[in-house]
Ligand binder design. Structure first.
Ligand code: NCD
Length: 320
């Protein structure tokens, strides 16, 4: 999988997963995003870097934040961007995914941004698309969501500067979350001191500790000394059986409350990829409180997506 993402010279060509990417590549994405942060604050929020390039957002699954920030990222780089609503596209009339891709290729697309309910969809498209096209994964099934993980890493670096001394807790539905899988890979590659995953046993993948994390079933114990707390949503749409007694019970046992937040470091930041469920995984007072960086994550999503788009196209001349 990782080889497919890189050119022969080792540059980023597709961005499908964090797995297999080096610390240098991840740091380069963060540094490039840093250079783009100011653009969103200018009066004219545009640079001509991708002028004349065509980016197609193919969203086979719903999205608010990810789709909008990909669109804004493309237009801030002056690319032409089109978002295809799959509900009304020919794919819903029975056209195969590959036929849809072939037709779009014929319109001279440079990047496909793909969100799909099936794990591996982005990889499949990257394998089957024309060699000059880059594919960016905007979330595939339960597998990966690499740009979300990178905007989270960017937000952590903004607040904590170095990764190597950090203790990070990820609390919630670890089992169904593509975001968590990508976050764990990124945090390990960037060299954090410790990653704790916290969930009821029914919401943890089997052998989760093999991912390089320590496992907690008790939220109070897990919060001690944390620098970063990442809350994740209960992904009810992915639960095929009753894995939880009730949302109220879940909040009682695993919800982040003001009381519990005091157990972490005083300067701990609270993150959430969204959409948040107030009163289910996180109290409103925390989501809106001084330690929350949830909306900064959203803003940073634009710079990270600008970085990934420009890096994949920048190296196009090396494409194999
Ligand atoms: C996540 C996703 O779609 O995977 N959201 C996002 O991209 N911001 C997480 C979620 O749906 O809970």
């Amino acid at each position: 999988m990782s080889n497919l993402q890189l050119t022969q010279e080792g540059h980023l060509k597709h961005f499908i997963t964090i797995e297999g990417l080096s610390k240098e590549i991840l740091t380069n994405i963060l540094d490039t995003a840093e250079s783009f942060i100011g653009i969103s604050q200018q009066q004219v929020k545009k640079v001509p870097l991708l002028r004349g390039k065509t980016i197609v957002n193919l969203f086979f699954e719903n999205s608010t934040r990810t789709r909008t920030t990909f669109e804004l990222a493309a237009s801030r780089l002056s690319a032409d961007v089109i978002s295809i609503d799959i509900q009304t596209s020919a794919t819903s009339k029975g056209e195969s995914l590959l036929d849809t891709i072939r037709n779009l290729e014929a319109m001279h697309v440079d990047i496909f941004v793909v969100r799909h309910a099936i794990s591996g969809a982005g990889h499949f498209i990257a394998q089957n698309t024309a060699p000059h096209i880059s594919v960016i994964n905007a979330g595939d099934g339960q597998h990966a969501h690499p740009t979300q993980a990178m905007l989270d890493m960017f937000t952590i670096r903004q607040h904590k500067h170095e990764f190597n001394t950090l203790k990070v807790g990820i609390i919630g539905d670890i089992l169904h979350s593509r975001v968590v899988r990508s976050q764990i890979q990124a945090l390990n590659t960037l060299g954090v001191e410790e990653i704790r995953v916290v969930a009821p046993k029914t919401l943890l993948p089997s052998h989760v500790e093999q991912l390089g994390v320590s496992v907690f079933n008790n939220i109070e114990e897990s919060l001690d000394d944390l620098d970063v707390i990442i809350m994740v949503r209960l992904q009810k749409e992915r639960m095929t059986s009753a894995l939880l007694p009730s949302e109220r019970e879940y909040f009682k046992c695993f919800g982040l409350t003001d009381e519990r937040l005091k157990l972490a470091k005083a300067d701990a930041i609270v993150m959430h990829p969204g959409p948040i469920n107030r009163g289910v995984e996180i109290a409103s007072s925390i989501a809106d409180g001084p330690q929350s960086v949830i909306l900064q994550q959203v803003s940073n999503g634009i710079a990270i997506r600008m970085a990934v788009m420009s890096l994949t196209l920048q190296n196009k001349e090396y494409a194999v």
